[in-house]
Design a protein around this ligand. Sequence first.
Ligand code: 5GP
Ligand code: SF4
Ligand code: MG
Length: 489
Amino acid sequence: CGVFGVTNAENASKIAYLGLFALQHRGQESAGISTIDEEKLPHSFRNSGLVSDVFKEEELLKLKGKNAIGHVRYSTSGGNLGANIQPITARIGGVPVSLSHNGNIVNSEDLRQNLEKNGAILQGTADTELVLHLMARSTKETFIERLREAFEKLAGAFSLLILTPTHLYAVVDACGYRPLSLGQLPTEKGEKSSWVLSSETCAMDLVGAEFIRDIVPGEILSIDLATGHNESCYFNMSAFQSKNKQKAKCIFEHVYFARPDSLVWNIPAHDARFAMGEELAHISPVEADMVIAIPDSGVPMAMGYANASGIPFKIGLIRNHYVGRTFIEPTQNVRNFRVRLKLNPVRETVRGKRIIVIDDSIVRGTTSRKIIELLREAGAKEVHMRISSPPVKFPCFYGIDTPKRKELLAQHMTPKEMNEFLKSDSLEFLSEDSLLSVMNKFQNKNRYKVTNFFHEEKSESANGGWCTACFSGDYQDITAQKIACPENF
Ligand code: 5GP
Ligand code: SF4
Ligand code: MG
């Protein structure tokens, strides 16, 4: 999912719309915006579909006020029921609250059962609603204390925004799985600040905001809508969490999920991918005539591979960007029709050539298998697969939509068996250690703006504070471990 928020801006709903538009890659299922107007009244509009389909000018004009939050959804928990479309809204102690969440709460079943036992009536099936219920049930006096109490009960991933008539809160779970960045819109001298919060910095570029810093793990940043002042407090990791009690930034954001033009945890995603490709070329060289990418996600890595190997980068596959949900199947059985809808080889380029094909990851293996077949049909002489991440062996419980364990190709096969299954001439992956060393070189370089912000780096771990659980099975919390590997318990 993607979340976006803005304070103290004329046409806040339009800015939120643009922000969500830039975050569309993080979720295509539904979109929504909530605002607070000058009379402190809430407005909301949400629906299923793409941002540009959900909102027309008319809806945006009805979303009055200078403060807004929004959400694009990609369902990883709770299915795609209408009640789960965000931002979700509720009243807590008479105060209207709306909330946008990116991530996945791992202990939601336990929490749900507890809440229902105590008489809570839950509308949707998504885990996000639980946060509101926990806040509503807290007996603490101040809103911020209620938030803190609720967050300390949650395990898993949550980067979220909460809009009330007086404040915008930005929160990141204590492991810091998902990115959330703070930015600022330009204001006249002496005017109060206008803040932007976004899952990715590419949305800040679009609305003309400047990136300031990341929200850090365990932080609750509160922005006073009346004054523009902000302050932070911190909460502790859930008692349910904590196997290793360390930071766990999702390394898959850098491998695949984030847009390459975003700074993710202050590391340019494009540069990280380019460096992954270079590393892959050093570790797994092979003689060939060209390097091609499976677009779009494999492109920066393929360019890195070409750069380090000296083998030219070519466009060997073309992607159709307009593949929607509905299309007409041809009456007769056209071979590989469904992949070809999205990707087609450039015949004249690949014919008779030895090709290195770069992709970011292998999940089910279905795309790669078909693409290798298409390339051979188009006359490629050799097809060598190079993958810029380790084999995905375990499901993600933290907000990336990987399939169930049994559908993951690497669960059943060794890389050698995968090579036979995919019918490639060779297949190599970036190892977990290599991937971590690429990422940690960026972290250590620190050549981007370092914010003057106090944060106790208590939990910076040996591996640099990355989650790699979908490769290693090493989850931060016991609940996820039990679901993924029941045989170990
Ligand atoms: P496969 O060849 O394993 O069927 O699919 C791998 C491709 O799916 C890669 O090109 C990768 O960019 C993409 N991919 C990786 N992770 C995800 C994900 O979580 N969801 C979706 N829809 N695609 C993914
Ligand atoms: Fe990211 Fe994988 Fe960890 Fe999920 S399990 S948060 S996809 S690194
Ligand atoms: Mg891809």
